[in-house]
Design a binder for this molecule. Structure first.
Ligand SMILES: Cc1cc2nc3c(=O)[nH]c(=O)nc-3n(C[C@H](O)[C@H](O)[C@H](O)COP(=O)(O)OP(=O)(O)OC[C@H]3O[C@@H](n4cnc5c(N)ncnc54)[C@H](O)[C@@H]3O)c2cc1C
Length: 456
């Protein structure tokens, strides 16, 4: 008989940087700060790294190729690791939707494993199944953060906090002002994704409409599909015979409310099963397919947008602004997903052949001296937000915060005083492209499907 002793309480910890949330932004932030020699604790509430990438397994990385050029940095490094595997675990391919550049599709399990391995190689202390709670502030600085795992509560005393939690609970509790969704609280719809495996993929995609509108109309008219499914967004999965179904969207869900998220996930499971049944019965190529891999929870696109030293606007995008403190290039469209009664749209954000950059100041709060944030909680108006939120951009925002954290801690003082030019120069040295006065078009174009397709 085993006599397992219950594990004791967690000891309190001290570290240079506490990164909250192991989504794509947290990955970029943690790995970069750790590579700069800092002690980094990365705390993730879930049981896997990836954030939305883990909640919607198979979601391609979009936005990594403005003007067809690789943005560089940790995104490029990660992609290269996957494409270099035998057989390759990722590929660059054109996106089926208008106004989107090439995207990266990958083997979900190998991609999340690679994120995990890269974090370990960098020396990041990763905590899974651990929730960050309330911060304590003294004289405008976060001195202590309460965390909880199954052993109970413990405290982390960080020199600097990087909030990459998507929803920004910790920043909000620390008093950072924020807006929600479209400024009056309407957030983009959430999505529960799944795959159809065993499909005749060539047949499925033979008619060329990425939204399968004629079939969807039939399904809605027959009462077999929810009325919000008038566009069925399906795409080729990474593995042969698989179709990734990014289509079950649920409106009006407050992504910061766990009860609302749980209810949406249950409702999403019901709608996924309806869609799968409909595809098998009614859409050519699915007759022998099976539903597989429903996400563990809905993917939340939009909740809080934190107030920062600068708020990126739709007007900035329309003018293709390239800021002196721009940290990553982007030409993603305004990828709006069903706020209130709106449709799913993806109008161009910038003039054709142009791009904009995301300024570092959108990731720095106005007041708290040792807090940075990265990812989908960026300071942006609702239009700009709909463009900046791609996973490659989130990784790069995290990378920028990792560099800014290292430089702030090396010099002492407040994040608001970080030398933006020095941060941009370091990011350039780390391979980020199209920033610091350099033009993206100086770099090679990616050629989806071809050898050397990455354009790096
Ligand atoms: C349905 C959907 C489809 C999308 N489609 C695409 C696409 O095709 N291509 C693309 O590039 N982008 C897409 N996006 C956008 C992109 O996925 C997100 O903007 C991006 O992943 C956000 O990354 P993040 O790291 O900022 O936040 P998240 O991915 O949300 O990660 C935040 C992490 O923080 C953790 N966390 C939160 N609070 C706490 C806490 N208190 N303590 C500990 N951990 C905490 C969460 O568990 C989570 O893992 C899509 C998003 C959604 C939801």
């Amino acid at each position: 008989m085993n006599h397992l002793k219950p594990s004791g309480p967690n000891p309190d910890l001290a570290c240079d940087v506490l990164v909250v949330g192991a989504g794509t932004a947290g990955f970029g932030a943690a790995i970069t700060a750790a590579r700069a020699g800092l002690s980094v604790h990365l705390i993730e509430a879930g049981t896997k790294v990836g954030g939305v990438m883990a909640f919607c397994p198979g979601m391609p990385w979009g936005g990594g190729y403005p003007l067809g050029r690789n943005i560089g940095g940790v995104f490029a490094e990660l992609t290269l690791r996957l494409t270099s595997m035998a057989p390759p675990a990722a590929e660059v391919r054109p996106c089926a939707l208008e106004n989107f550049g090439p995207e990266v599709q990958y083997d979900h399990e190998l991609a999340t494993l690679t994120l995990f391995e890269m974090l370990l190689e960098a020396g990041v202390h990763l905590h899974l199944g651990c929730l960050v709670g309330n911060p304590t502030l003294v004289d405008g600085r976060i001195t202590c953060v309460a965390c909880t795992d199954r052993r109970g509560q413990f405290n982390i005393h960080p020199r600097l906090v990087n909030d990459c939690s998507g929803d920004g609970d910790i920043s909000a509790r620390a008093g950072v002002p924020y807006t929600v969704g479209d400024n009056v609280g309407n957030m983009m719809a959430v999505t529960l994704s799944f795959h159809m495996n065993g499909a005749d993929v060539d047949r499925v995609f033979a008619d060329g409409d990425p939204y399968f509108r004629s079939y969807a109309a039939q399904g809605v008219a027959q009462g077999r599909l929810h009325p919000d499914l008038s566009k069925l967004y399906l795409m080729r999965g990474f593995h042969p015979g698989s179709v990734f179904c990014n289509t079950v969207t649920i409106r009006g869900v407050d992504g910061t409310n766990p009860d609302a998220v749980a209810r949406a996930t249950q409702e999403g499971r019901r709608r996924c099963a309806q869609v799968a049944r409909f595809l098998i019965d009614s859409v050519p190529g699915f007759a022998r397919a099976q539903m597989w891999g429903i996400g563990p929870t809905v993917g939340v696109r939009e909740t809080r947008k934190l107030e920062a030293m600068y708020r990126l606007t739709g007007e900035d995008l329309a003018q293709s602004k390239r800021f002196d403190d721009g940290i990553v290039a982007c030409d993603n469209p305004i990828d709006d997903v069903m706020r209130t009664t709106a449709e799913m749209t993806h109008d161009a954000a910038v003039a054709r052949g142009d791009y904009y950059t995301i300024p570092l100041r959108t990731l720095i709060p106005r007041r708290i001296e040792n807090l940075l944030f990265a990812g989908r909680l960026i300071s942006a108006d609702p239009v700009a937000f709909a463009s900046v939120r791609g996973m490659p951009q989130c990784m790069a925002m995290g990378q920028a915060c990792g560099v800014a954290a290292a430089q702030t801690l090396a010099k002492g003082g407040a994040v608001q005083d970080v030398d933006a030019a020095a941060v941009v120069a370091t990011l350039q040295a780390q391979g980020l492209r199209g920033i610091g006065g350099q033009n993206l078009t100086d770099h090679p174009t990616a050629t989806p499907g071809a050898p050397g397709a990455l354009g790096i």
